[in-house]
Design a protein around this ligand. Structure first.
Ligand code: ZN
Length: 244
């Protein structure tokens, strides 16, 4: 098992030291293989958020981490360049610019989902974060252009309140007591996951989530809802960008 160093509340650390637990050369794709570490700061792709990229160093060697995936129960760091052998001590550094954009985008997704849930009782059915734009699917929902403007205004008004984002572990039981049914994605998280990593924005929006987030929603900046699409009878997709 790899210790995930960014959990539950350590998303601003950029460098770490670790030991290689496993090293495997492969010939597929744009990488030379993968390594598993005893601990990592690299975020593995999941929950609609792309993987971190970055570098690892050991001795005189430096290689790129081009992708991170959970596979066969392990966290695999895919490497471009030389692969360190098992038991090598390495230093890792994440590509901070990319990670921080994902943190801002992901937190913005929470705020948009919160506003839409409160205003329209529509749940988040899916989302995909990118560095430059993101999208969220809502269900059941039927928005018009007026709604899009209202959502955008509400989200930006909330951001101006500069609410803190708290992240911590809570037992499943505590989470069930703290939220009304249907107001979290709890039912889609396997029963054995307990405790849960919880993200709380301004004491009101409580959501189980394993992603990376900023510490205060003011870091999101300003959001622009750039597109709305119907994706079926009761599903609406909103796309958004963030101003720098
Ligand atoms: Zn999240």
């Amino acid at each position: 098992m790899t210790e995930e160093l960014y959990l539950p509340d350590n998303e601003y650390q950029r460098e770490f030291e670790a030991e290689v637990a496993k090293s495997r050369e492969t010939t597929e794709g744009d990488h030379g293989g993968y390594i598993c570490l005893d601990r990592t700061l690299f975020y593995k792709e999941g929950g609609g958020q792309p993987a971190d990229t970055g570098t690892i160093h050991w001795g005189e060697n430096k290689s790129k981490v081009v992708d991170v995936q959970r596979d066969h129960g392990e966290i695999r760091h895919y490497i471009q360049g030389e692969l360190p052998e098992a038991e090598t001590d390495i230093k890792g550094e994440i590509d901070w610019e990319r990670r921080y954009k994902h943190m801002r985008m992901h937190t913005a997704q929470h705020v948009v989902s919160w506003v839409v849930l409160n205003r329209y009782s529509a749940s988040t059915a899916g989302n995909q974060i990118h560095e430059d734009y993101s999208r969220i699917d809502f269900e059941p929902a039927d928005f018009d252009e007026g709604d899009v403007e209202k959502i955008e205004r509400s989200v930006n008004t909330l951001i101006e309140r500069e609410l803190e984002v708290e992240k911590k572990y809570m037992s499943r039981e505590q989470v069930e007591e703290a939220v009304e049914e249907g107001r979290t994605n709890l039912d889609i998280i396997p029963e054995h996951v307990d405790p849960l990593r919880i993200v709380i924005i301004g004491e009101n929006d409580l959501c189980p989530c394993g992603g990376t987030h900023v510490g205060n929603i003011k870091e999101i900046g300003k959001i622009n809802l750039t597109d709305r699409k119907s994706k079926g009878a009761e599903v609406e997709r909103l796309e958004f960008e963030l101003e720098e």
